[in-house]
Design a protein around this ligand. Structure first.
Ligand SMILES: Nc1ncnc2c1ncn2[C@@H]1O[C@H](COP(=O)(O)OP(=O)(O)OP(=O)(O)O)[C@@H](O)[C@H]1O
Length: 326
């Protein structure tokens, strides 16, 4: 029987995404039991046989729904049935003052996956995000008005995390699971229109596909890839400038800042605010613009208040950021 094209595509994506791993490497697959991460796990187990990797499957029980422990048990049983070398459930308590429920769950999940990675000695942690997730992320970022960094979407990799399926569609992962007869679990949150991401997935993207033509998700994901290259370049440039300009107590010289292009200058200001202890999750573009106005629209303002009890003031030709250093 010939190999189903979707199964072949998922395996190829895994092979490419993990091409640098040596035999003997340990790969941790984060598996929610949904189609994306189940297809990812099945392909990783398959590729591991030839490549000599050890595969650990982990599912996170957020404890947010009645019966979540039972769901986790079933996911573990399925992971084991796929031939995973080791399987485990990581239980977390989701707490997140000031965060939305999705963000709080995500934060708890990444924290526990980091611990699991250390305890099993994994060289890579795989996530099952697809091109459709990427398109949703881009649209949500666009609607939030959160600038280039969010429009650039999710990274293919960060720290030990990798997203090998970012060029495949959700349809591919569903087809791969179907072709291999794999049972998948659909998280009820994925159908809850109370979440903006679900509305984008179920309503906005289908309208765009219908009105603008098929392939919109792929186009959005491609746009994100292009932007990511530019954003990373600007970020590196700003880090170098920040390091070069930083003087006494982390202060920055006004004259030199004004010579910089706004795209770099504002990034330098953001880095300085972060270095002074402003929390990244609360530091918004408007804060940065207010600090920038101390340079570009100077009329003797007192100071600018930033999150995390950080203040920025202009004195003696320099910008001073005071607060608890981060
Ligand atoms: N409960 C879970 N247990 C293990 N892994 C999970 C769990 N939920 C999500 N993941 C991992 O994260 C991937 C993306 O899942 P999903 O799109 O539901 O999360 P998200 O909240 O959008 O995550 P992210 O913060 O990474 O964008 C999954 O394919 C899987 O690899």
């Amino acid at each position: 029987m010939s190999l189903h094209p979707a199964v072949a595509a998922v395996r190829l994506a895994v092979r490419r995404g993990l091409a640098d791993l040596e035999p003997g490497a340990t790969v941790l697959v984060a598996c929610s039991g949904g189609a994306d991460s189940t297809a990812l796990l099945a392909a990783t187990v398959f590729e591991a046989r030839g490549a000599g990797w050890r595969v650990v499957g982990a599912t996170v029980d957020h404890g947010l729904q009645a019966g979540s422990a039972g769901v986790a048990d079933r996911v573990v049983a399925r992971m084991a049935a796929l031939g995973t070398d080791e399987t485990l459930t990581a239980r977390v308590r989701v707490e997140g003052a000031g965060l939305g429920p999705e963000a709080a769950a995500r934060r708890a999940r990444y924290a526990v996956l980091g611990q699991v990675r250390e305890s099993v000695g994994a060289d890579a942690v795989l996530l099952g995000h697809t091109r459709d997730d990427q398109a949703e992320t881009v649209l949500l970022g666009l609607a939030r008005g959160s600038g280039g960094r969010s429009l650039a979407g999710m990274r293919r990799g960060f720290d030990h995390y990798r997203r090998p399926l970012l060029d495949l569609s959700r349809e591919d992962t569903l087809a791969a699971c179907r072709a291999e007869g794999l049972e998948v679990w659909e998280d009820p949150h994925n159908a809850d229109p109370g979440f903006a991401r679900v509305r984008v997935r179920r309503t906005v993207l289908p309208v765009l596909e219908r009105e603008l033509g098929p392939g919109v998700a792929a186009t959005l994901a491609r746009t994100a890839d292009q932007l990511r290259v530019d954003m990373d370049f600007l970020h590196d440039l700003a880090e170098a400038e920040h390091a070069a300009l930083r003087g006494e107590g982390g202060s920055l010289p006004v004259a030199a800042l004004l010579e910089r292009a706004a795209a770099v200058r504002r990034r330098v200001l953001r880095l300085a605010a972060l270095a002074a202890g402003a929390p990244a999750s609360e530091l918004f573009h408007d804060h940065v613009l207010a600090v920038d106005a101390l340079l570009t629209h100077w009329h003797g303002q007192k100071w600018v208040e930033l999150p995390g009890h950080v203040r920025c003031a202009r004195r003696e030709g320099r910008l001073w950021f005071t607060g608890e250093p981060g």
